[in-house]
Write a protein that binds this ligand. Structure first.
Ligand code: OGA
Ligand code: MN
Length: 291
């Protein structure tokens, strides 16, 4: 058995994993132990992981196969690393300068402060996201995660039965429009959205979860008001404090989360004053064949 231990960070989910240096992990048994940890905890925190960009991309492919690169951000701004699979989760421009309050790129990234799952507005959507912290501000600039399995388990039986078989349209144009961010017609064309089931089952564990996000705009085959109201109620239910783990970043952290069974959001901080730089790689929810 690989030497990897998990220390729980929350009663329901999320754990700190170690000791390990992910950059050099190629051993299939160890990668499988991490995957098993993901099935159990849905969010794993690894401290002191000094990833170079290329190492982060390579690790993500070894760990879970195909990378997501049709990001919403790619439609709005040029990727400063020249690789759309490496998402820039930062508040700086290509020269490393902090984005001004009225910068359109900043307005776009503020959408990460809404509860969401990564790439649910695409098909296939995202599976695992791996976020590496490079520059962490001296003030709290945390990320919250909500356990959508515990949220599903907490629904009453009648409601669970009503949710059975429902499909939801996810659109980033929708979630951004709620914040007053407008895409041009050309940008819209690239972001048509995608339809996904409202309840998902992890194929390895059989555990069910609510698949929600601020991108979720309507329930197919339901009239708009009822569909939108139900989605709002479910979001409210699923993000109650007992389902939420709050992560305080340290430089060198790599956090992996399962987008099929969690939501997350960035918390506000003085982002026009302090630099915050993280890089994310997300894999696609397609069949995984270990290489
Ligand atoms: C992300 C994200 C939130 C944050 O990386 O996908 O939503 O706190 N991040 O930066
Ligand atoms: Mn995100």
């Amino acid at each position: 058995m690989p030497n990897l231990t998990f220390r729980k960070l929350h009663p329901q989910f999320a754990a700190e994993a170690g000791p390990i240096e992910l950059r050099s992990v190629t051993d299939r048994a160890m990668l499988d132990a991490i995957r098993a940890g993901m099935d159990e905890y849905a969010v794993l925190v690894f401290r002191d992981q000094p990833f170079a960009d290329d190492e982060q991309l390579q690790f993500a492919m070894r760990f879970d196969g195909v990378l997501h690169s049709k990001t919403g951000a790619s439609v709005v701004k040029k990727n400063r690393f020249g690789n759309e699979a490496l998402t820039d989760i930062s508040n700086v421009d290509e020269d490393g300068k902090i984005l001004a309050a009225d910068d359109r790129r900043r307005a776009y990234s503020l959408g990460n402060r809404l509860w969401h799952t990564d790439a649910s507005f695409q098909d296939p959507p995202g599976r695992y996201s791996m976020l590496s912290a490079k520059v962490v501000p001296p003030v709290a600039a945390d990320t919250e995660f909500a356990d959508m399995r515990a949220a599903y388990d907490g629904l009453d039986a009648d409601l669970k039965a009503r949710l059975e078989g429902l499909s939801v349209h996810h659109s980033i144009a929708y979630s951004r429009s709620v914040l007053g961010f407008e895409f041009s017609d050309e940008e819209h064309e690239k972001l048509k959205g995608a339809v996904h089931p409202l309840v998902r089952t992890n194929p390895n564990t059989g555990r069910r979860s609510l698949y929600l996000a601020s991108h979720a705009s309507r329930i197919l085959d339901w009239p708009l008001p009822e569909g939108r109201l139900l989605l709002r109620d479910l979001m409210e239910h699923a993000t109650q404090p007992q389902f939420v783990y709050r992560h305080s970043w340290r430089e060198g952290d790599l956090v992996i989360w399962d987008n099929r069974s969690t939501m997350h959001r960035g918390r506000p901080f003085a982002d026009t004053t302090h630099r915050r730089e993280l890089r994310r790689v997300t894999t696609l929810d397609v069949e995984f064949r270990p290489g």
